[in-house]
Design a protein around this ligand. Structure first.
Ligand SMILES: [Zn+2]
Ligand SMILES: [Zn+2]
Length: 460
């Protein structure tokens, strides 16, 4: 059986999350077409208590809420920090637990380690890579089915991220690097970018939303379709470890909040001015031309740095952020990315949250406006669920969607025909802005703006 799973979410106990109810999640997931979802924050005592009282185990390690159709797995994100060359690096990591019992044992361990778990994402503070490895082995020993997955690997707080950058997993995870079988692509990256990193070749790539809200443009914006004999936790973990992935469904990297390197407008000293650069245009000293502080390194830049460092090509003198990349390298990398997009050696589907396309088509600013949501339901009724829209044969598109708002249909057709882009693309925590029409070349951007912050007009 094929199962669509979104295995990284957050509860109301993580920062920046409103009140989240399971009934609401279940409604949203049915509209989206997602079968299994992570509970988020399962180590938080109050949320854990709520989960224990309200979830019923329907299959081994799979839970449901009041007999509704959506399945849940016990999941949290933790922040593992460790010292690397006298600096501290934090790595966001997703944990999946097979049972409440395994969580209880791990919570006692956290207490022993002096870890505060009263925040949604607890910090596990380690001394060095050996210490990280030792503690993760302890977690693994609690139950061999506990799954440990580095989250959004290329964003600043991911394992490869620009905050205290490293080249290989082992520099942070020590020996445990060998036990890591899967990584999360993150919103600002997809397989066309991940395939440039040799170290990831032998691993499974999964996609999750990392949703901090229950709105339709956040939940299920990324997911993974697994092939399973039956939906149980052990089967799910085996599918992750053995790469039984049918496809990942991906957010467009240029829409992700950390795609390009730059500084957003609401930083200190910026007064609304902002700047963003594609890799070959990044200032060599990595200094922001507006505030003179270090720029936030984007995913695109990190991918290219890792590609060069891990394949030993043109290995630059490794200053902390320095990536020297010539026009020639960039052209060949872009060709490589395009070839992957066409051939798709690992299957993936690119998606844009449907409410965003509807809002753009109707020229509305808010993706949560009632009119937008009404149109959303009309469309979903015709195609069964939002993800079916992305999987369906595009030749039947017009026929299936007959009767929907004509501007929205035009917007959807533009997206299906690849006639769209994101401008500005995402950078320094700002989402990219969907623009219908001919896309800008993401490899050739160098902009320094004195206007208001783009997020204000973005409305997303
Ligand atoms: Zn995270
Ligand atoms: Zn700046």
């Amino acid at each position: 059986m094929q199962v669509n799973a979104d295995l990284h979410a957050h509860s109301g106990y993580a920062g920046g999350v409103g009140k989240i109810s399971f009934a609401r999640i279940d409604d949203m997931m049915s509209l989206k077409g997602i079968n299994v979802v992570g509970t988020g924050d399962c180590l938080h005592p109050r949320w854990l208590d709520y989960l224990k009282k309200n979830l019923k185990e329907t299959e081994n390690g799979i839970f449901s809420f009041r007999e509704r159709p959506t399945s849940f797995v016990l999941q949290t994100e933790v922040i593992i920090t460790s010292r690397i060359d006298h600096r501290r690096k934090s790595v966001h990591t997703v944990l999946l637990f097979p049972s409440f019992n395994a969580i209880d044992v791990f919570c006692r361990k956290l207490q022993e380690w002096g870890v505060k778990n009263t925040i949604g994402r607890p910090f596990i503070v380690c001394e060095n890579p050996e210490d990280v490895s030792h503690r993760l082995h302890i977690l693994e020993d609690i139950d061999p089915d506990v799954e440990i997955i580095p989250a959004h690997v290329l964003t600043p707080d991911g394992i490869y991220g620009s905050n205290c950058p490293i080249t290989y997993f082992s520099e942070f995870f020590g020996d445990f690097a060998e036990s890591i079988s899967a990584v999360e692509t993150g919103l600002s990256a997809d397989p066309t970018l991940l395939h440039l990193i040799p170290e990831l070749e032998s691993r499974t790539w999964i996609s999750n939303s990392d949703a901090h809200s229950h709105h339709l443009h956040r939940m299920g914006r990324e997911f993974t379709t697994f092939e399973l004999p039956r939906l149980t936790f052990p089967h799910l973990v085996t599918a992750i470890r053995k790469n039984n992935v049918v496809r990942t469904a991906e957010f467009n990297p240029a829409e992700g909040r950390y795609f390009l390197t730059g500084h957003r407008g609401n930083r200190k000293g910026h007064n609304g001015q902002y700047c963003f650069f594609s890799p070959e245009h990044i200032p060599h000293d990595h200094v922001c031309p507006i505030c003179s502080k270090t720029l936030t390194g984007g995913v695109f830049e990190r991918v290219i740095a890792l590609h060069m460092q891990q394949s030993g090509e043109n290995l630059p003198e490794r200053e902390e952020h320095d990536v020297t990349i010539g026009t020639h390298d960039m052209t060949s990398i872009m060709k490589n990315i395009e070839a992957y997009r066409t051939e798709k050696p690992r299957k993936f589907t690119s998606m844009i949250p449907l409410v965003e396309i509807i809002a753009r088509g109707m020229n509305m600013h808010s993706v949560t406006a009632k009119k937008v949501l009404r149109e959303y339901r009309t469309i979903v009724e015709k195609v069964e669920s939002e993800c079916e829209l992305w999987f369906m044969n595009k030749d039947t598109f017009r026929e299936t969607l007959k009767g929907i708002n004509p501007q929205v249909l035009d917007a959807l057709l533009s997206v299906c025909e690849d006639h769209f882009g994101f401008y500005p693309p995402g950078f320094d925590g700002e989402y990219g802005r969907l623009v219908l029409g001919a896309p800008a070349a993401i490899s050739d951007i160098c902009e320094i703006h004195g206007q208001d912050n783009p997020s204000k007009e973005n409305g997303l």
